[in-house]
Ligand binder design. Structure first.
Ligand code: NAD
Length: 340
């Protein structure tokens, strides 16, 4: 029996998670909830997902010739797990309804940090999410940070982390966000929320994060400085990166920008150009005793997709080992092994 998954909020994240769910051997898309009959609903129809909407919107959808399978609540009667990928803060308002129908929930990073007991990353706390009622998959930037820091912590304990996060100003489809010029320090009083979010996953850690919003839609870029408990060698750190799932290393002589990375991904890795991995520039890795610095890119629209898939498996509880779930997800989505 496959895990029956409903997607509420079929936008940038929701549509990618739905597609990834549809490819997994142990889960299926039971339906997607759309509140508005905009262009994204036609993407769901084309992929064959049953469409659900709010009771008050059923007629509006039908008048546009869209076949509606039922209401939001009808879908809740028919699923095991909901992935809520509605705009930040909306998911929290839906939580009681999900609980009323006994449906488990995967929320996104825009929701409050205390919405669920677990702020999730598959590499770190799959076991805590196992058979839980609810998890919050942390944001794209936090997912990138957690993966990178988890890799370092395999070599030596983290004493402190300082990070500068250059954030994309908007996703490609977002016409009302910016900036279209200038770099914006946001918040102007750091730390940015990422420091708090990283601690929600990794536990107590001396971490300070600055976020700068940049006029780009392609990806984020992070500059990390970490202090470790022991002196380390470059080989040890590179080995940790190479052996951590969802991290790839690239050579700056071949790929030097997020623009080239996205184009490279479209040409050679994935048709849609989505990048699920942290992409670390290998020559940026700099070691000085117990001090490590490095730079990587995070494709904001895609990086949380494999984490959502593992979160579904953890809540369902059918696969108890994180390594096993990660292996299935990564094989199905073709993650890693870029230059093999
Ligand atoms: P989005 O605006 O692209 O998509 C949200 C979708 O939800 C839209 O289709 C909207 O019409 C729909 N919607 C709005 N209200 C709804 C409701 N009440 N019920 C059902 N659907 C509703 O947003 P997004 O970028 O996909 O972000 C979703 C969540 O994922 C947020 O928590 C965000 O913080 C998080 N996230 C976003 C990114 C990113 O880069 N876009 C990355 C990681 C995490």
């Amino acid at each position: 029996m496959k895990i029956k998954v409903g997607i509420v909020g079929y936008g940038t994240i929701g549509k990618r998670v739905a597609w990834a769910v549809s490819k997994q051997p142990d889960m299926e898309v039971s339906g997607v909830v759309k509140t508005r009959p905009n262009w994204e609903v036609y993407s769901a129809i084309k992929k064959g997902y049953p469409i659900y909407t709010l009771k008050k919107s059923v007629e509006t959808f039908r008048k546009k010739g869209i076949d509606v399978s039922g209401t939001f609540e009808d879908l809740l009667k028919d699923v095991d797990i909901i992935v809520d990928a509605t705009p930040a803060g909306t998911g929290a308002k839906n939580k009681d309804l999900y609980s009323k129908y006994g449906v488990k929930q995967v929320f996104q990073g825009g929701e409050p940090v205390d919405l669920c007991e677990v702020s999730f990353n598959a590499l770190v706390n799959y076991d805590r999410a196992l058979r839980n009622e609810c998890v919050r998959v942390v944001s794209c930037n936090t997912t990138g940070l957690v993966r990178a820091l988890h890799a370092l912590s395999k070599v030596s304990r983290l004493l402190s982390v300082r990070a500068v996060i250059v954030r994309r100003g908007a996703d490609l489809k977002e016409i009302k966000k910016g900036p279209i010029e200038g770099l914006v320090l946001k918040p102007t009083k750091p730390p940015s929320h990422h420091a708090i979010d990283v601690k929600a996953v990794l536990g107590d850690l001396d971490i300070m994060t600055y976020a700068i919003v940049a006029p780009t839609t392609l990806a984020h870029m992070h500059v990390i400085r970490a202090e470790l408990a022991n002196n380390v060698s470059k080989e040890e750190i590179m080995q940790a990166f190479k052996t951590t799932p969802r991290i790839v290393l690239v050579n700056g002589d071949i790929l030097s920008s997020t623009a080239e990375l996205r184009e490279f991904s479209k040409e050679f890795i994935r048709e849609k150009g989505d990048i699920y991995e942290n992409v670390i520039w290998e020559d940026s890795v700099w070691i000085n005793g117990n001090e490590v610095m490095f730079v990587y890119a995070v494709h904001q629209e895609a990086v949380v997709v494999p984490e959502n898939i593992d979160a579904i498996r953890a809540l369902a509880g059918l696969i108890t080992e994180p390594e096993e779930s990660i292996k299935i997800t990564d094989k199905v989505l073709g993650i890693g092994g870029w230059f093999k």
